[in-house]
Write a protein that binds this ligand. Sequence first.
Ligand code: GTP
Ligand code: MG
Length: 192
Amino acid sequence: MKITSAEFIKSAFKRSDYPGELLPEVAFAGRSNVGKSSLINTLVNRKNLVRTSSSPGRTQSLNFFLINNRIHFVDFPGYGFAKVPLKVRAQWKPMVEDYLKYRTTLKLVILLLDIRRSPGADDASLIRWFEAFGIPFLVVLTKSDKLSHGKCIAQQKTIQEFLLLKDEEMVCFSAVTGRGRQEILTRIMKVL
Ligand code: GTP
Ligand code: MG
């Protein structure tokens, strides 16, 4: 898939604010700071389509982007960051659950995990949601440039076993080297 255009459409906190269900959608979920915004920027070959930050918890709404005038990308707010105010954290679950349950145009969720960390119960429960709602998903292991090749393989295996994933449900990625970019784009093409 070649990306020829990418633009921000809108931020939404509730269903009535989402764009109409006219285009297939790919959503990006994961803990705060895992690299969701960086992944989207890498996929669309833009430095700053989506704001990235070193202070976690920046993205607090669902942010919709229009890609090639025919796909939506949706950047989810990150979860699991203690410094985000309790009130904001409490909004996360109903907002995301509502989206996952009712969005008829959702074709794929990309769940990002930092390859250096052991996944938590919150990561596992998201995967069980995808399975329960019958939503196709792909786990992307980010920041693979931070580990040696051998360590990457070892971590991949640990994460796969913990989350009970099939080989084809996981891809290693780096926003720094571009590793995994083409593979992820190919997967997106397949579900559209
Ligand atoms: P929130 O919106 O706060 O939930 O964060 P996010 O998941 O969108 O993460 P973001 O893309 O803003 O990245 C967080 C930090 O990790 C930034 O400092 C990025 O530069 C860095 N980062 C993201 N991806 C990679 C990667 O593949 N390799 C390296 N080395 N750093 C990365
Ligand atoms: Mg972000």
